[in-house]
Each structure stands twice: as C-alpha cells, then as structure tokens.
Design a protein around this ligand. Structure first.
Ligand SMILES: Nc1ncnc2c1ncn2[C@@H]1O[C@H](COP(=O)(O)OP(=O)(O)OP(=O)(O)O)[C@@H](O)[C@H]1O
Ligand SMILES: [Mg+2]
Length: 188
C-alpha cells in the first residue's frame, strides 16, 4: 500500500517537473524542442493511460487505437500531452473517459473525451492561453484546484508537432481533439 502511495507521488512529481520545464522554456522563446523518433501510437496511449491509472486507481479509461498507428513524433511529449488531457478528464470531468487514436493517411487524430459539467462556451476561446481557468469553480479543493498551465503546455506540444488542439463541450460531454501529421515532413 505505501509503495503504491509513494509511486503515485512520484508520478505526480514527474508530471509537475515535465510541465514546468515546457512552461518555462516556451515562455522564454515560444519554441519547444522536439525529439522525433519512431514509435507506434498505441504504445504511447496505453502507457499514458497506465500512468494516470497509477495515480487515480478509480479512473475508468477506455483506450481505442485504430488505423495506421506508425509515426514519428516526440513520444515523451505526446505522452505528456495525453496525460495532461487524461488528468483533466479525471479532475474536472465525471464518468468514464475515452481516449481514441486514429491514424489515417498522413494524419493522426487523438481524442480524449469525458462526461460531466461542460466548459462554458465563453471560456473556450481562452482555454489554451497560459494561466487561465474556466469560470466554473473547481470541483474539489486541494492540489487539483491549482490554476495550471496544463492546456497551454498541451497546445505547445501540438504546435511543436505542426499540429492543432481543439476543445468542444456540449450535451454533457467535453472533448479534446489533437491532430498531428504522422511524419514530421508532412504538413496537415
Ligand atoms: N476535461 C475537462 N472537463 C471539464 N473542464 C475542463 C476539462 N479540461 C480542462 N477543463 C477546464 O479548463 C481549465 C484549464 O485546464 P488546465 O489543464 O490548463 O489547468 P488545470 O487543470 O486547472 O491545472 P493543471 O495545470 O494542473 O492541469 C481547468 O481548470 C478546467 O476548468
Ligand atoms: Mg489540467
């Protein structure tokens, strides 16, 4: 039991340090260095889901990977992006979480989706700006109520891969969609 608690603490600490590194770096010169290597997206998605389950054992995360899964990306950064979206779904959403990866042609689409209170439409345009928070009060007080740079960092990682990230929230469902080329030379 105490091993599990220590492991959860270590996972959270690693996430904080990774996020801070990206945040300071991009705030200084707005260009995030990326290290492109070949790695199937299925492995990256399943590792990200496992890491979040280690911190939040009650989280129900369904991972679906379809289509052409090979590609070249910065696997640590894409993992970090997915973990940020999954932790958001756990902390700010409710119910089961789904994570879909779909490779088609030269493009990869990643979708993380959860039920729960929607993000107000007025907050969507500034959601990815550094250090803003949706106007709804946080569900719980504690570490998760921090005004974090998580989505700003996620957008930096998507942009560093020549990709995009979008948020949609309606009918009790919040969905984040990331689109990146499967290979760095390919432009969306
Ligand atoms: N899946 C989601 N469902 C509902 N609201 C969300 C979701 N993801 C993000 N939000 C809203 O967007 C805000 C910004 O998210 P962001 O990840 O940037 O910061 P954070 O989660 O508050 O802190 P951290 O940097 O620790 O992730 C959140 O505070 C929350 O209000
Ligand atoms: Mg967050």
């Amino acid at each position: 039991m105490s091993v599990a608690i220590a492991q959860r603490g270590a996972v959270r600490m690693k996430r904080m340090i990774d996020d801070l590194l990206v945040f300071t770096r991009t705030r200084l010169d707005d260009a995030l260095p990326v290290d492109f290597t070949s790695r199937g997206i299925g492995r990256i998605c399943n590792d990200a889901a496992d890491e979040v389950r280690a911190s939040y054992p009650d989280a129900r995360i369904d991972v679906r990977v379809t289509g052409e899964t090979a590609g070249k990306w910065d696997r640590a950064r894409i993992g970090q992006l997915l973990i940020n979206l999954l932790v958001n779904a756990v902390q700010h959403g409710a119910g089961n979480i789904s994570m879909d990866a779909l490779g088609h042609g030269g493009q990869l689409t990643l979708v993380v989706s959860n039920e729960g209170n929607p993000i107000p439409a007025a907050d969507l345009p500034t959601l990815f700006d550094p250090l803003t928070r949706a106007s709804r009060p946080p569900r719980q007080i504690g570490p998760s109520s921090s005004m974090g740079p998580g989505l700003y960092i996620s957008r930096c990682i998507a942009h560093a891969h020549n990709g995009t990230i979008q948020a949609g929230s309606k009918d009790g469902r919040t969905t984040f969609t990331v689109q990146i080329p499967r290979f760095p030379s390919h432009v969306l």
